[in-house]
Ligand binder design. Sequence first.
Ligand code: CP
Length: 330
Amino acid sequence: MVKHLLSAADLDRASAVHVLDTAAEMAATQAREIKKLPTLRGRTVVNLFFEDSTRTRISFETAAKRLSADVINFSAKGSSVSKGESLKDTALTLQAMGADGIVVRHHSSGAPHLLATAGWVDASVVNAGDGTHQHPTQALLDAFTIRRHLAGRGAAGAGASLDARSGVGHDLTGLHVAVVGDVLHSRVARSNVQLLTTLGARVTLVAPPTLVPVGVEAWPCAVSYDLDATLDEAPDAVMMLRVQRERMSAAGGGFFPSPLEYSRLFGLDARRLAALPGHAIVMHPGPMNRGLEISAEAADSVRSVIVEQVANGVAVRMAVLYLTLATKES
Ligand code: CP
């Protein structure tokens, strides 16, 4: 694998399947009584978070610890960033402390790329979400979850042998995934469109016109403004996106008339849940706005794999840390 993971576009089909297969091996180790592996003993991983996170930060920390790395958690709140310290000087500090891997979340799109390419650090850089740009490990854990549930429903990838339990060796060819909601502000949607199509799935983005990015016609997916019409196509997975109210407020608001109208037209409620095909799964990257983009019935239903996505995040991040760090020279 590449030294850094900055974007879902860094992965071609073979390398994406390799990450998913490695994650399946990692997941198997997590079912053991002793979950810890010695793989990254002696390596230091820094979680560098300039933006809030629950799932991503905790699962990267858990993943690094399960691989026996030393872990340093850095949050911009409470650090010298609040005194005006730059990304460069923060990076030079991490370099001086001997970081081997830096997991970075930043409010500015492109910050992980700058960190990886500016020459400030020797460490491998993993993007844990940058602005509205990319969140590649979220897309990988989503693909991993889809594969676990739906492998074998699409046509098998060329030459792939199917492990019926986990989908090892399989891509997502033939599957249809609907990604619904605030696409405009969503790094999860951008990453998933790239990764899921690389893996052979068909993706339909569903959103009000005000929440569709300019230039979306160049993306490798279909776009719909009608959720019910897309559900009539019987998608295999429905991924609901968080309405990012904080980014909407910062932009002056006005993206939809009212939460009630948004929910009525684009929310996954009990009626729409019942209209899904029997095998379809319901996904959400979290955090959820219950009652807005997803109802409690849908979030807590037997079709929901939302909690499983979080659990799979640990195995996928173990795989990414292993593949970017374990083969580096000490
Ligand atoms: N899905 C996701 O990135 O969640 P967090 O913001 O809690 O990390």
